[in-house]
Design a binder for this molecule. Sequence first.
Ligand code: BGC
Length: 734
Amino acid sequence: AAYAFTTALGLYNFYLNGAKVGDDEMTPGWTSYRKHLLYQTYDVTHSLKPGVNAAGAMLGAGWYKGVMGLTKARCNYGDRTAFAMQMVLYYEDGTAETVTTGPDWIGADSPIVFSEIYDGETYDASLEIPGWASEEHPGGDWRPVETVPWDISVLRAQSGSRVRMVDRMPARRIFTTPKGETVIDFGQNMTGRIHVSAYGKPGDVIELRCFEVLDARGNVYLANLRAAKTTMKYVFAKEETVSWHPRFTYMGFRYAVIRSFPGTPKTENFTAYTLHSAMEPAGSITCSNPLLNQLHHNYLWGLKGNFLDVPTDCPQRDERLGWTGDAQIFCRTACYLMNAYPFYSKWLVDVAADQTPEGGVPHVVPNIEKGRTDGNWLLRQGPDSAAAWADVAVILPWTLYLMYGDKAVLRRQYGSMKAWIDFMKKHSKDYIWNYKLQFGDWVALDAKEGSYFGATPNDLTCTAYFAYSTGLFAKMAEVIGKQEDAQEYRALYKHIVKKYQDTFFDRDGNLTAQTQTAHIVSLYFGLTPEPYRNRTVEGLKRLLAKENGHLVTGFVGTPYFCHALSRNGCVKEAYDLLLKEDFPSWLYQVKKGATTIWEHWDGLKPDGSMWSPDMNSFNHYAYGAIGEWMYRVMAGLETDEQAPGFRHAVLYPRIGGGLSFVDACHRSVYGDFGVRWEIAGDEVVLTVRIPANTSACVRLDGAETVLENDGLAFRTRNGLCEAEAGSGTYRIRY
Ligand code: BGC
């Protein structure tokens, strides 16, 4: 038996006897390398042969050394790529042997003459060295290697969610644009690479430039990629049919313009492969409204497009960073779609590792912007600690606890969470917290013309999150038995809430900020004084009506909008909002042909023009956070805080939206939960599936008479018709 443990500074492909080992891509992934570097483990027993064996690795610059981040800096972690391997061989006679990389290895230039995450890759086949990783003495210009010193105490085994080429997406069509360019359409906006099979002669070149959308006239639109060159290029060395894709880069695209190709390109020459952290699918929803089904598809593909080892904001332009706010907003939805536990737990290590000594949380993790205050206006006041962004340090562990029931993550992240709360406390004045540059209700439509900052004041959004995170932290302290902390932070929480109420509500119970988002967070975070609740709900409805039933919210308000309504007796209004089809709305994008979620409500405007190219991603999962509402409320698949991880579930689908049926499931750590509701006249037929070793409270929305109870004892308590159910499948008619 033989096992190889491999890692790199930069990106690597590991070879044994001429073949790539394993099907992982973009290894060793992206972490805060100097504090946390992952190695991969491979069973290589069957890659070895009797006699001499050859090992090799190809290296690329990747996140480690290539251009990355808002300031376009190079060599962010170091200026030399390196590879390390330790192979342990166990012989039949009981002995073992270890083979490692070291100064006796040799290196040569590879045919990959250019490779960058943003810009793409160039492969020059004339530089191939035949047998480079299979022969004992291959030809070519080999030179001695140098060892690169590194603190190996930061090495950790990678536990899961490795990046793979997951979905195979054949080209759908090749067409000529009005400007005369030849374009391949894969029919789906995605993140990955194009695999090309083509016949060519020496000197022939394949060159493709990937991009997301066509402009209003149907021409290639590149402006929103900003400086990213997104180009893949292959240079032929001999007459042959090649089968090739780049290795150390990826692109966000639906289309590719063909800049050069030997002969006439045909669809069969091109197959795209998505590239994302491999996770087990965990949910599905189908319903009678095809637009909602497409919306579900779009946020699922938003996840696929932005879970590439770290949760990113977008996959196409010269950014692709681990923006903490985007991750925070989307994490609950993600957990309904995939088993995201290993992926997020790995990233949380870097969240903690990259916190400032004071406990501040960076805007992006891994914090590639560390120490930068120039080169980009978003960093001018420092690269950390914005409300809703930094709060990922607390909200994500809480979400993982709710969705997977694992207390270990709370213990692991405890210090990080506490440091973040203490940071806010330290920088608050009399419980009002606000600090340096805040993103506020980012990209909300109530922003001033051309601005990214929504109209809700920072004092309010910051203090709302200060309260929310502190409240969650106190609960988590309790869960893991830290009673003293729980008490202390509960007291802090009460002070913040009181201050919030005294500051942001006037004497008549109106919010001082008349924005949708101010009302939404006050309601969803439980910050509204009870006597003012109705007034706040009415206020939100009024603000909705003022916009003709449309949302004008950004990153802070949008994820909770439907919850704020449905939790406060306004299920109908929540559905109405979800089902809006004209601008701005979720379904507006769907009707415009979106196959992923857009960064801006007006990414593509009704008149065909676009939001400014300096920030206009068509694959930004943030607003896909509506997925959480569709699972938790429309389908009614909710975990119980008292028995998290769906050990006890609350199955309470809210009927509405003119839907005739909703069919949903969620694969919890205990097994599959299912909810299907169907309307037949004035009756609802509800089928629920509850896996073994779990139980659920089944609630019937709007039940007047239970016609069939399938053995469950329904009772009306506090106005809710409900019954406790053990595992099994039940069909209820009411
Ligand atoms: C990113 C966002 C991010 C924001 C923060 C943008 O450039 O794409 O999604 O959260 O900056 O302000």
